[in-house]
Design a protein around this ligand. Sequence first.
Ligand code: FAD
Length: 465
Amino acid sequence: RPVLVWFRDDLRLADHPALHAAASAGTVAALYVLDPAQGGGAQMWWLHHSLDAFARDLARHGVRLILRRGRAGDIVPEVAKSVGAASVQAIVSPLPWLREADRGVGARLEVPLQLHVGGSLVDLSQVRAGSGRPYTVYSPFARAILKSGPPPAPLPVPVLRAAEVGAVASDQLDDWGLLPKRPDWAGGLRGMWTPGERGAAARLEAFLEDGLEGYDRARDMAGDENGTSHLSPHLRWGEISPRQVWHALGDRQGSDAQRFRAELLWRDFAANLLMQRPELPERALRAEFERLPWRRDAGALADWQRGRSGIPIVDAGMRQLWHTGWMHNRVRMIVASWLTKHLLIDWRGGAAWFLDTLVDGDLASNSANWQWVAGCGTEAQPFFRIFNPLTQARKFDADGAYVREWVPELAKLPDRWLHQPWAAPEAVLGAAGVRLGEDYPRPAIGLDEGRNRALAAFGRHVKGH
Ligand code: FAD
C-alpha cells in the first residue's frame, strides 16, 4: 500500500528517516503543503528554488511531488485519503505552528501519522537534565549530548517505488508567486546561492576543503568569505541534515572541528528552547524585560533596516543582508546590539526584519539569538555588556575590507577613520569625497550617550543588576 511522506523543512532524499520508513513499508507518495503561516520574502525565494530542485530530484526516482496550498490540517488528511495511504510519515519540527498542524492532522487522519527525528542531531525530547527537565542553558545541554556519543550515522538515499498518484490534484509551483515580481530584489541572492540538496552538498564539500582549517579563528572575521560554511540556509530548509554535516567531519579533532561541532549544537539548543518555550519568538524569557521602556522610533528602525544608521559596520551588515539574504554571525551580533542597546528599540522589531530578509531565517535560531543579544534570554549576555561597534569593527574588520565592500561611499577613507567617519577631520572627509550628512549619515546617537542611556534604562528595570 502507498505511504505518504509529508515533507516540511526537510527537502532532501538522503538521511531522511521518514522517507526511509515509507520506502521500506510500501510505495511512496510525496506531499508539500504551503501553509498560510509561512512567510518571509527571502525565505520564500529560497523555498521556490528548493522545491523546484527537490521535485526534480524526486522525479529522477519516478516520484511526483504533490504541491498543495492551504491548512495542513485539512490538506494532509485529504491527500492521504486520495492516495489511499496506509500511513503518513514526517520529520519532527520544533516550529509551534507545525506542531499544532501535527496535532490537527493527527486528529483528523484515519491512518497513523508517524514522526521521526531528523532535523536535529539527536532526539531533543530525550535530552534532559538530572531533574528530568529540559536544559535552558547551552553548556550542560551540549555536554549531555557529547557525552552520549556521536549522533546516529546518516541514512543513505533509499530505493523508491512510486505510488500511483496521477489522479491527485497538485498546484503548479510557479502559480504560488513565491518569487519577487517588481522590483526584482533577488539578483544578489541568485548570484550567491544554489538552493537544493546538491547545492548543499557542494557547500559542505567546499567548506571541508577550504574553510574548516582555521575556522576557530576565521569564523569571527567579517570579511573572510571562506571563514564560515554558509550552510545555514541549506540546514534551515533541510537540504542537508545536521547529522550529515557532523559525520562529514569524521573523527577530526582540534579546535577548528570542535568549534564547528559546537555551532551545530547551538542550532539544536535553539530548537530545544523553542520546543519547551513556544513563546520564544514573542516574549522575553526573562519576564522583567517586558517592562523595559523600548523606544518607538520608526525612523531609526527604518534607517537601521536600510543600512543608513551612520555606523559603518552596522550598515555594512544590513546591506549584506539585503543583497545576499545572509549576514556574518559576528555582524549579526553587532547590528542586533546597536538596535536593542544603543537605539533601545525592541528586539522583536529587529527579529521580524531578519525573518523577512534572511534566507536562513529560522524561528528557533533567530529568536534565541535575538533574546541572547538583547539580554533577555535564559542564557543571555548580562545587559551591561554592550558591544562597542567601533571596537568590534576594529577587531573583526581590521583591514576594513568588509565595510569597504558594502559601504562603498566610505571606501576612500583611511583605515583610522573608516569605522568612525563622524569623528574624522573635515579635511580627511573631503579628501575621501565624503560629505557627512549627505553621502553618508551621522549616527542617531553617540556611542557613549547610547550606551549610558541603555545602561540607565536596563538598570532601572532588570532585577539583580
Ligand atoms: P557556520 O559558522 O559555518 O556554522 C555552522 C552552522 O551552525 C550554521 O549553518 C548554523 O546552522 C549553526 N549555527 C552557527 N551559529 C549559530 C548560532 N549562534 N545559533 C544557532 N545556530 C548556529 N542562524 C540561523 O540559521 N537562522 C537565523 O535566523 C539566525 N538568526 C540569527 C540572529 C542573530 C541576531 C544572531 C546573532 C545569530 C543568528 N543566527 C541564525 C545564527 C548564526 O548567525 C548563523 O547560523 C550563521 O551566521 C550562519 O552562517 P554559517 O552557516 O556560515 O555558519
